[in-house]
Design a binder for this molecule. Sequence first.
Ligand code: HEC
Length: 468
Amino acid sequence: MNAFTDFFGRFHPLLVHLPIGFLLMALVLQWLCNKKKYAAIEPAVPVAFLLGMISAILSCISGWSLATGGEYEEATLELHRWMGIGVAVVSVAAYYFSRQTKLVVKSILAVVLFLLILLAGHLGGTLTHGEGFLTKGLSGITKDSASSARKTIVNVQEAQVFNDIIQPVLLDKCGTCHSAKKQKGGLRLDGQEWILKGGKEGEVITLGNAEASELYKRILLDPLEEKHMPPKGKPQLTEQEIALLHWWISSNAGFAKKVKEVEQPASLKPALLAMQSAAVTMQKPAIPDEPVEPAAPTILDTLRNAGIVVLPVATNSNYLLANFVSISEISEKTVGLLQLISKQLVWLKLGYTSLTDKSWQLIGQCNNLTRLQVDHTNLTDASVRYLTSLPKLQYLNLVGTKITAQGVQQLKGMAKLESMYLGQTMVKGNDITVLKKLFPKVQIDSGNYRVENLATDTQLVKAPPAKK
Ligand code: HEC
């Protein structure tokens, strides 16, 4: 592709709006001039069609140049191309017949042209903005970003280096431009074969040598440089993600090894541990499989009037989450309202509040809770025992409470418990070791892994001096 066609191609996204405008205008004018009142505008109709036709043809040519760049998803591109050419061809016919009197032919052409514009436009939108762009705003709160779809990593040493750690990062930060939907630079990063195949300019990974790998070099470039990845203005990699990519390439971990099978420099520990806990924090509330009837709208109104935020845990689910964020003084009466939705309530968030003993008791009666967040509350060893009666609880966040190791031990009988957060509590270093033995199946987070950044971490992300 030479520089001129490349340049011309870039006008396509701008040009395409002209035929859409001119041709739709022409259709409206043509329809109007059948009415007596507007008969005078008849001579304008062929002019509008002529302008539409010319701009449609120019759009086709510029589109063709852009498409040869090979950065778009093939099947959609093909369909878009033929629809676009269709618009141009039919617009020539429409222009020709607009100066004649055959009303039937004109009407048929008008309908066909309208449909073609609609389809070509929609497909063009899909190519530039990605599949489902049109309906994205409608699909509600369960729309997962790539990051929240990450697999939960309970023990990072057992995780797969590529599948569980590297691929999610690549999908999250590079996927919009380098995957099945788009292949900027001819590169896909959504699978082993594609990554090894490389991009337009050849291989992007030199196994065993990060510094020599195009993929890594581009990440380290000065963010203002055009070749820096991800490009300026797009979500950037974190220091930890960069450290993980460096480790993945330089250790030659490839695509099938587990973390424990690969040598881990001390400087990488924080990044690896962060993967583990980040994944647990992002874990979705467990939603029971069995269906439940919806809570009555009047009941929901009662709770909402009391200031409790009540939402479905997912679209199309009758299960609910309740959040007390917007209430400063929580009375026993307000907590008591939760009984009205005890069947549906699976997730409760009560951070930064102070509750009476009776209120803690009432919370212990929300039998279907799977996830309970009572961080920074006045929960104590005495009140925590009320929570032991929650039969389905999987996730318990006790961060910032006055709870001690003795208090936590009372939770031992809770069969479903999977993760517990104990940072900033009275549970201290040695207690954690004891508790981990007492709760072998529970992922205990003591909040202590956030070790200070090592000097090597910051060195890692310094950009090499810009090339002149
Ligand atoms: C917003 C879109 C976008 C995102 C996000 C993005 N890239 Fe790119 N990438 C491009 C474009 C455009 C090119 C081609 C132009 C160029 O070579 O600079 C490219 C080219 C590349 C190339 C060179 C391919 C070749 O052989 O020419 C590599 C390697 C690359 N990107 C890696 C990445 C990585 C790794 C990420 C994620 C950390 C990423 N990109 C994220 C747009 C993107």
